[in-house]
Write a protein that binds this ligand. Structure first.
Ligand code: NAD
Length: 487
């Protein structure tokens, strides 16, 4: 940061995301002393609200979203002094003059404008900022997902924002990148010499990335129905994780050094041709079933009519470069699956030859690195070890788990919301963990041809019972290549 005071303006400040994630994250930044004394946070949204009424709402929602033991009335009082509300409308520009007058940007301070409205307003918001002289070099914008629903619409959003702000001042959020274990993956890969020599097609048999949800579409059916699992989850979160696993070592942690490497991965993804589409992708939609022992309705019943939107997708991705030739990257995400968890699973090659007696070979397993992002954040390395003792054959093997997770001390601390890291980074103008324009477009390009393949082939999602691991075709997908899902 420059040390100059920064105003943070949250457009959509009364919305679900702001109330559930952004304000609680900012509250915790305050609690930990990361917000400057003169920092200011301005909720800006449609609707006439007094500052007091807005603060009451933030307060109420904060208390309902964070565990009681982390609520501190003194911290709240300090935090509340920094919070203000302005009523604005992005489409007719009302309220922007008053907003501009309240900001210190005209005196040389910085401003961060966080767009937490529906993306269709991003262009209007930018135009208003420009019209009110708020888009100069001291201001940055943060964009929430989704950036479009295909390559064309993504470009339109990027063009509209890019017409007002240079890329260096645009911060695209993918909150998965704010997760502690995701950053730990970078440390694991590049702060150790042990793994990197094996981190390629010679050392690695397969990679799996799973984001599994137990919830259905909840109250957001019509929003979700326009997007589906491919666009809502795979295009952004899963591909970003894939990039961090697969990228070449960047020369530094500089934003562009890291993002250049991620972009190369996205550009190396082999397009899934129409011929291969049915072999390498599976889409599904949940029907009635039971999750956690509770009966739940199917997607149809929750919705507003018939739909061909997929609530599950699994696929095999191939990265066409030297490092990853032939290594499958299996990606899978869905709703109403048996457990809620997100995981990167990396299986190393088998030992080339076993010297152990036949009985031990039954237990001889390949090494695995398992990175859990959710619900707990853990990193484990599974290795073979001798069962202690004097067995008759002298040598029994067992798989043991090396726990590379945070220290016990760190674990007992509060788990941060991913947005805390990202909000702090944008206040400090550090864009390493934000997604660059060319990344979003490369990801859409790859995802578009999958959707295009489904359309041309008339591929409808296959039904799966809520509480199962998706359509049985998903099991067949990995087995076709001699692998199986790590559940
Ligand atoms: P929401 O519908 O709950 O809130 C929308 C906000 O935008 C409200 O504060 C509203 O007053 C404001 N708004 C609407 N029209 C406006 C206008 N013309 N001018 C100014 N403000 C206007 O939406 P949300 O769920 O909070 O989502 C916000 C953004 O975050 C969206 O881009 C969404 O895709 C993204 N997002 C949300 C979630 C989530 O969990 N809610 C998750 C991921 C991404």
């Amino acid at each position: 940061g420059t040390g100059r005071p920064t105003d943070l303006i949250i457009f959509g400040g009364t919305g679900d995301l702001a109330m559930r994630m952004l304000f609680p994250s900012l509250y915790f930044l305050e609690a930990d002393g990361y917000l400057a004394d003169d920092a200011r946070i301005i909720g800006a949204a449609r609707g006439d609200l007094s500052r007091d009424a807005f603060l009451d709402e933030v307060h109420k929602r904060l208390k309902s979203h964070i565990p009681k033991k982390y609520y501190d009335a003194d911290v709240w009082d300090r935090f509340a002094q920094k919070v203000d509300y302005k009523s604005v409308d992005a489409t007719d520009g009302s309220g922007f003059e008053a907003l501009a007058a309240a900001l210190r940007i005209r005196d040389g301070s910085e401003a961060v404008f966080y767009f937490s409205t529906a993306p269709r307003f991003y262009g209007d918001l930018c135009a208003q900022l420009k019209a009110h002289d708020l888009a100069g070099p001291q201001s940055r914008v943060v964009l929430e997902k989704p950036i479009g629903h295909d390559l064309t619409s993504c470009r339109a959003v990027n063009d509209a924002v890019g017409a007002v702000f240079p890329e260096s001042r645009i911060y695209r959020i993918d909150h998965y990148l704010g997760k502690e274990t995701v950053q730990n993956l970078i440390a694991l890969r590049f702060a150790n010499s042990l793994l990197e020599p094996l981190w390629n097609a010679n050392g690695i048999e397969q990679v799996q990335i799973t984001v599994s949800e137990t919830v259905g579409v909840e109250g957001r059916w019509s929003y979700y129905n326009d997007s589906g699992a491919l666009r809502d989850m795979l295009q952004n979160h899963l591909l970003q994780l894939l990039c961090l696993v697969a990228m070449e070592p960047p020369t530094s942690l500089d934003a562009d050094a890291v993002r250049d490497e991620k972009l190369k991965v996205l550009r190396s993804l082999r397009p899934i041709s129409k011929q291969e589409n049915a072999l390498k992708t599976v889409c599904g939609q949940y029907t009635a079933g039971a999750v956690d022992g509770k009966a739940v309705p199917g997607y149809f019943e929750e919705g507003e009519g018939e739909s061909t939107t997929e609530t599950f997708i699994s696929l095999r991705a191939d990265i066409d470069n030297w490092r990853w030739r032939g290594v499958p990257f299996y990606l899978r995400t869905g709703k109403r699956l048996p457990y809620r968890y997100s995981e990167i699973f990396i299986q190393f090659k088998d030992v080339p030859h076993s010297i152990f007696p036949e009985e031990s070979n039954l237990t001889l397993q390949s090494n695995k690195l398992i990175i859990r992002l959710q619900p707990e954040e853990t990193i484990k390395l599974l290795m073979m070890n001798k069962v202690p003792g004097l067995g008759r054959d002298g040598m029994k093997l067992q798989e043991v788990s090396l726990d590379l997770s945070m220290s016990d001390e760190a674990r007992s601390r509060r788990r941060r919301i991913a947005y805390e890291r990202l909000l702090l980074d944008v206040l400090n103008a550090n864009s390493t963990l934000f997604v660059r324009r060319d990344e979003t477009e490369a990801a859409w390009k790859w995802v578009d041809q999958i959707a295009e393949g489904w359309r041309e082939l008339g591929q409808k999602p296959k039904p799966y019972a809520a509480g199962s691991w998706g359509p049985s075709a998903s099991v067949a997908l990995t087995e076709r290549y001699g692998h199986s899902w790590h559940d």
